[in-house]
Design a protein around this ligand. Structure first.
Ligand SMILES: [Zn+2]
Length: 416
């Protein structure tokens, strides 16, 4: 037994919730909406508040070249050990909720704050990070700060990114005072843990307070273009048509059938579609649509991509249309660290909380960090699964429970 295990610690729930609400009120736009796009004035306001809190907690604040913020708690005798890193992001989408990202960053800060106040002796530094531009609304790609941090994109290239408003990320970071000097990756984490609201309905619907996230779906996006022949909707018999619209519809229902047959592991979505000439009485000559395919297993994701390609070949013959595809995005699935996932389950059950293993359907900074260190995520319920929306909501009791589970995992990883 070391002395840390006798401490019986919990977070200061009042402080966590107060900060979450205060950050949630920060950086509102002219319409009073919560819009803290990366490197904007709103983002600066959020960053300034976070840095103030990090300094109040006595953390060493460091900013790297891509604007990632780190608050580091160095103990007196652990400087040479690899730090345990917690975190997420505080940038938002347009008209966002107040939990996405912010909950993970502020909980990380709260865990460090509480451990420090209560005399916990960390065997390694514990740090909390807020990664730049996770949402990717203003600058592409999303999850940029963590991608750069993990070495998947150079800081120089990322800083050249041109925003939807014509601005350049590097100049904007400079302008708001967050173009730091540290090399991305300067902290080599012992492990990374990200606490996040689920942004999906599973925990809420199943009434389970904690998700031990064991993997993250691979994502395959493609654009499919089907070319047929435009013709009169009244005079052309259906067996003489080359109907690009009908072929597109067949692809949509095919994808749903495939997803249904996968036992819930594959999900597939056609989220955009466009017809030409797009007239009520003309058979479409052209259908252009996107396919979003996801699966947590790379082998299965590949099989689904291949099956779709075969289906398109057959469809081109049977409907007498020509079909071309273009890959837009491809991310491999990520498997999180089994040991940490088990620790999360144990921490939950130690606090009398039900938990379940789950797959993250959304992208997160954790998927980038998994490239460089053992990584896992903890989810808490999102009411009705609503996210990227001001209606996003998680109950205070769930927020506090999730942060306490994080605290237990941290004291485990940095206390023995
Ligand atoms: Zn997020």
């Amino acid at each position: 037994m070391n002395m840390n295990t006798k401490l019986n610690l919990s977070i200061n729930s009042e402080r966590l919730l107060k900060r979450l609400h205060e950050l949630g009120r920060t950086g509102l736009d002219n319409d009073n909406k919560r819009t803290r796009l990366a490197a904007s004035d709103g983002d600066k306001a959020g960053r300034d508040l976070l840095v103030t809190w990090m300094k109040e907690a006595g953390l060493q604040v460091e900013i790297d070249k891509i604007g990632n913020i780190f608050g580091i708690w160095y103990g007196s005798e652990n400087r040479n050990e690899a730090p345990l890193l917690l975190g997420s992001h505080i940038d938002t989408v347009i008209n966002a909720g107040m939990y996405d990202g912010c909950y993970g960053v502020l909980s990380g800060l709260e865990v460090i704050n509480s451990l420090k106040e209560k005399g916990f002796i960390p065997t390694r530094p514990i740090a909390v990070g807020a990664f730049t531009n996770e949402e990717g609304v203003r600058y592409q790609p999303d999850m940029m700060g963590s991608l750069v941090y993990a070495g998947g994109l150079s800081a120089d290239d990322a800083l050249k990114s041109v925003g939807t408003d014509g601005t350049i990320l590097g100049e904007e970071l400079e302008r708001i005072g967050y173009a730091g000097s540290k090399e991305p990756g300067f902290l080599k984490p012992h492990a990374y843990i990200e606490l996040h609201v689920e942004q999906g309905p599973i925990l809420d619907k199943m009434n389970i307070p904690v998700g031990a996230v064991e993997n993250l779906q691979g994502i395959s996006w493609q654009r499919i273009t089907i070319e047929g022949v435009a013709n009169h909707a009244g005079t052309t018999p259906t067996n003489m048509r080359r109907d690009a619209g009908l072929a597109a519809a067949r692809v949509i229902t095919y994808l749903r059938d495939q997803a249904n047959a996968s036992n819930g592991t594959t999900v597939a979505t056609v989220g955009t579609i466009e017809f030409k000439p797009n007239a009520v009485n003309v058979i479409p000559s052209l259908a252009t649509f996107t396919v979003d395919l996801r699966d947590p297993n790379e082998q299965r994701l590949k099989e689904e991509e291949k099956a779709l390609a075969n289906y398109l070949k057959e469809l081109a013959i049977s409907e007498e249309v020509s079909i071309t595809t273009e890959q837009l995005v491809r991310f491999n699935p990520v498997t999180f660290d089994q040991t940490i996932v088990e620790m999360i389950e144990q921490a939950a059950s130690g606090r009398g909380l039900h938990s379940r293993r789950m797959t993250s359907g959304a992208g997160h900074d954790a998927q980038m960090m998994a490239r460089i260190c053992p990584t896992a995520m903890i989810f808490v319920p999102s009411i009705d699964g609503i996210s990227h929306n001001p209606k996003e909501f998680t109950k205070d009791t769930d927020l506090v429970a999730g942060a306490n589970v994080l605290l237990d995992v941290v004291s485990n990883l940095a206390g023995n």
